[in-house]
Design a protein around this ligand. Structure first.
Ligand code: NAI
Length: 259
């Protein structure tokens, strides 16, 4: 039987065309939500929509092309969603990485791009949607996707870490500010997850498969995460079950950070 955890909820997901965002979209639809799946990549986004329809013909999902760095477009998508369906939940998931490099070797272009997508994208997502979430039924939720890099120090991942640390603390600030209006805001902090972005990191190593196996051995559970293992905690934080959780950074990392 399909779950009804998110019945009557409308969820907007960014970066829904791949990896964690795709899995989150599929699972939100299966849980009864109307999902507005957005991505800068139309092919990936449409593919996600097809996957939802295949998995659950009753699932309601629409694709909107959205580059999260574009504040005006984010506003259009948020306003359009709110007008048509109401808007209850937002998953600011879209993100990007960068090739490993020491701080002094990171180009201005890389810095600007990663900050724009990972940081301004989440900012835009909150700024564009908060007026609608605050005007709702007092039970709205935002989940921002941070990372283990949001609070641990990984060498040669400086710009990524800078943005993910900011996303984590920004989520706390939003929780404090918007809580009185009935909006919860949390972050998830995933460890290495097997997605195109996760694999991109290992492709910078000589033997990517070997590098992935080596990384997996550093996890108490001896493996990397799967996108659905991040999507489920995101759903939890969006749902009623997390009604007293706000301003939290939920670490989802197979135990990596406790070793
Ligand atoms: P992915 O590469 O599979 O998916 C990212 C999606 O974001 C893609 O569909 C891409 O088109 C979209 N995107 C990129 N720039 C965009 C923009 N400007 N506007 C709209 N969409 C854009 O990556 P994955 O792994 O699913 O990443 C999702 C989130 O999880 C990211 O924020 C990432 O930093 C975070 N994360 C991922 C980890 C991993 O090991 N895979 C670990 C920790 C955090």
């Amino acid at each position: 039987m399909a779950s009804t955890r998110l019945a009557d909820r409308t969820v907007l997901v960014t970066g829904a065309g791949s990896g964690i965002g795709r899995e989150t979209t599929i699972r939100c639809a299966e849980a009864g939500a109307t999902v507005i799946a957005t991505d800068v990549d139309s092919n990936g986004g449409q593919e996600t929509v097809s996957m939802v329809q295949e998995a659950d013909p009753d699932g309601v999902v629409e694709f909107e092309k959205l580059d999260v760095t574009n504040r005006e477009r984010f506003g259009e998508v948020a306003d359009g969603t709110a007008d048509q369906y109401g808007l209850d939940c937002v998953v600011n998931n879209a993100g990007t990485g960068h090739p490993p490099a020491n701080v002094e070797d990171v180009s201005d272009g890389t810095f600007d791009y990663v900050v724009d997508v990972n940081l301004r994208g989440v900012w835009n997502g909150c700024q564009a949607t908060l007026p609608h979430l605050k005007a709702g039924d007092g039970d709205a939720a935002i989940v921002n996707v941070s990372s283990l890099a949001g609070f641990l120090g990984f060498p040669k991942q400086s710009v990524y870490s800078l943005t993910k640390g900011a996303v984590l603390n920004f989520s706390r600030a939003v929780a404090a500010e918007a809580g009185p209006a009935g909006v919860r805001c949390n972050a998830v902090c995933p460890g290495f997850t097997d997605t195109p972005l996760g694999r991109q990191y290992f492709e910078t190593k000589g033997d990517p498969e070997k590098a992935m196996e080596k990384a997996a051995r550093q996890y108490p559970l001896k493996r990397l995460g799967e996108p659905e293992e991040i999507a489920e905690p995101i759903l939890f934080l969006l749902s009623e079950e997390a009604s007293w959780i706000s301003g939290h950074g939920l670490v989802v990392d197979g135990g990596f950070s406790i070793t």
